[in-house]
Design a protein around this ligand. Structure first.
Ligand code: ADP
Ligand code: MG
Length: 424
C-alpha cells in the first residue's frame, strides 16, 4: 500500500512516524516533507497547496491514500478535487473545512448546534466595527474571518489597540481577503485546552486531551508563536469535561455540518477555553494541531492507518481506538529571533540517528544540505518524551533536547508547568 502525507512540519513528521509503525508496512511518500520525514518516506518537491501537482503525482505513482496535514490545501478544495477523480483522501471537503477557514461560518455552525462559545458579532464595514468597539467592554478580541496563519487574532486590552486591529485587518488588508470581515468577540478568562477527534461524519472518536504553549517564553511570557510545546493528556480535562465536550461540542458540530449539506470527515479540532470548569469553544480547526499531534500520536495504540481507513470508508463505528496509558511532553526548539525575523541554513548538531517511542525528534523546519541537516524555519524541531508519569516524560524530552544544538536555538524550559501546578 502506498500513502502520501501532504505537508512539511512537525505534525506531518509525527503522522509519517505513526504510519511507519503500521504492521501493514505501507510505502510512505511526503510532499514536500523535510529532513526528518526523509528518513521514513520518499519526499517529493511538490508544495502542499499545489493541488494539481499533488494529484498528478498520486495518479502517476498509483498512491492508494492521501493524508492531508495542513489547512491550506483543505480550504482550497484538495479533497473535493481528489474525490472527483476517485482518489482516496483523508480530510474534509472545502465546504466542511470552512469551519476553520471562516470564523464567521464557524460561529454560524455553533449557533445552529447550540455550542457554548464566546459572544461575537461579525462586520464587513469598518465604520460599524469601530462603532461597535466603542460600546464593548475590555479586554476585547478582534479576529480576522479567514486563514491568517495564526496571526489574525488580537486580544486587545485598550480600545485604541482594538481599533488598530480592525483597521489593519479591514482597511490595510494585512491578511489580504482573509481579513475583509472581522469578528469582535467577548474575552474569556480561563485555561486553554485542545480536544481533537477523528470523525467519518457520523461517529466521533475523541483523542486524548492536550494543552499547547503559545507564548515564546517561560511562564507564558512574550509574544505568541505557532506553539512552543505541548503535553498530553492534560489533567484539566477531567473525564466529565471530556465527555461533555464529546456530547455537547464535537457531536453537535459534526451533526450540524451534515445538516448544512457539508458532512465532515477527518480530524475536527476544538480549541477550548475552560472557564470555571466549563468549556467554551474558541475555534474549530479542520485538521490536526501542531504541536499537539506530536504528543498525541505517540500515545495512540491503534494503528493510525486503520483509523484513517475507517474514517474514509465511513465505518468508524466498527473500530475501537486504544491509547497507551502514558504521558507525552513535546519541547519545540526554535530559531533565534522567532517569531520575528531569523536566519536559516544553520547546521544542527547532535541529531540522533533513529527515533524510538521513548523519545522522538520530530523535524518541523529542517532540510538536508549535503551531508548536514540545517535549519529551514522558525520552529525547527519538536522533541517528544514519553513516560509513565508527566515528570518522566518531561525529563526525557528535556534530556534529549539538551543533546541537540544549533546557533541561536531557543526553547522553553517549563513545558507542562500548568499540569504540575494542578497536581501540586
Ligand atoms: N474569546 C477569547 N477570549 C480570550 N482569548 C481568546 C479568545 N479568542 C481567542 N483567544 C486567544 O487567541 C488565540 C488565537 O485565537 P484562535 O481563535 O484560536 O485563532 P487562530 O488559532 O486562528 O489564530 C487563542 O489560542 C487564545 O489564546
Ligand atoms: Mg487557535
Amino acid at each position: 500500500m502506498k500513502i502520501l502525507v501532504v505537508g512539511s512540519g512537525g505534525r506531518e513528521h509525527a503522522m509519517v512516524w505513526a504510519l511507519a509503525r503500521s504492521p501493514r508496512k505501507p510505502m510512505l511518500y511526503s510532499a514536500p516533507g523535510n529532513a526528518g520525514i526523509e528518513s521514513l518516506a520518499t519526499c517529493m518537491p511538490i508544495k502542499a497547496d499545489d493541488i494539481a501537482g499533488l494529484k498528478a503525482f498520486v495518479q502517476a505513482e498509483k498512491i492508494d491514500m492521501t493524508v492531508v496535514g495542513p489547512e491550506a490545501p483543505l480550504a482550497l478544495g484538495i479533497v473535493d478535487e481528489f474525490r472527483t477523480s476517485r482518489l482516496k483522501i483523508f480530510g474534509p471537503t472545502k465546504g466542511a473545512a470552512r469551519i476553520e477557514a471562516s470564523k464567521v461560518f464557524s460561529k454560524e455552525v455553533m449557533a445552529s448546534a447550540r455550542i457554548l462559545t464566546a459572544r461575537a458579532q461579525s462586520f464587513d464595514r469598518v465604520a460599524s466595527a469601530l462603532a461597535y468597539l466603542d460600546q464593548h467592554e475590555l479586554p476585547v478580541v478582534v479576529k480576522a474571518d479567514g486563514l491568517a496563519q495564526g496571526k489574525g487574532v488580537v486580544v486587545a486590552t485598550t480600545r485604541e489597540e482594538a481599533r488598530q486591529a480592525v483597521r489593519d485587518s479591514m482597511e490595510h488588508a494585512v491578511f489580504g481577503q482573509a481579513g475583509r470581515r472581522v469578528l469582535i468577540e467577548q474575552f474569556l478568562d480561563g485555561e486553554e485546552l485542545t480536544i481533537m477527534a477523528f470523525t467519518d461524519g457520523r461517529t466521533v472518536v475523541p483523542m486524548l486531551p492536550a494543552q499547547d504553549h503559545k507564548r515564546l517564553g517561560d511562564g507564558d511570557a512574550g509574544p505568541n508563536t505557532g506553539g512552543m510545546g505541548a503535553y498530553c493528556p492534560a489533567p484539566l480535562a477531567t473525564v466529565a469535561l471530556s465527555e461533555g465536550v464529546t456530547k455537547q461540542v464535537l457531536y453537535p458540530a459534526v451533526e450540524s455540518l451534515s445538516r448544512m449539506g457539508c458532512p465532515f470527515q477527518g480530524v475536527l479540532y476544538a480549541g477550548l477555553m475552560v472557564v470555571k470548569g466549563i468549556p467554551y469553544v474558541l475555534e474549530f480547526n479542520a485538521r490536526m494541531g501542531d504541536p499537539e499531534t506530536q504528543v498525541i500520536l505517540p500515545l495512540l495504540k491503534t494503528d493510525l492507518l486503520e483509523v484513517i481507513e475507517a474514517v474514509v470508508e465511513h465505518r468508524l463505528d466498527q473500530l475501537t481506538v486504544d491509547w497507551h496509558n502514558e504521558t507525552a511532553v513535546c519541547v519545540v526548539m526554535t530559531s533565534g529571533g522567532y517569531p520575528g525575523a531569523y536566519t536559516t541554513g544553520l547546521p544542527i548538531h547532535g541529531l540522533p540517528a533513529a527515533t524510538n517511542r521513548g523519545a522522538m525528534v520530530f523535524h518541523a523546519g529542517t532540510r538536508r544540505a549535503g551531508s548536514e541537516v540545517v535549519t529551514a524555519g522558525g520552529r525547527v524541531l519538536g522533541i517528544t518524551g514519553c513516560g509513565k508519569t508527566l515528570a518522566e516524560a518531561q525529563a526525557e524530552a528535556y534530556r534529549v533536547t539538551r543533546t541537540i544544538s544549533f546557533e541561536g536555538a531557543h526553547y522553553r524550559t517549563d513545558i507542562a508547568h500548568r499540569a504540575f501546578a494542578r497536581h501540586a
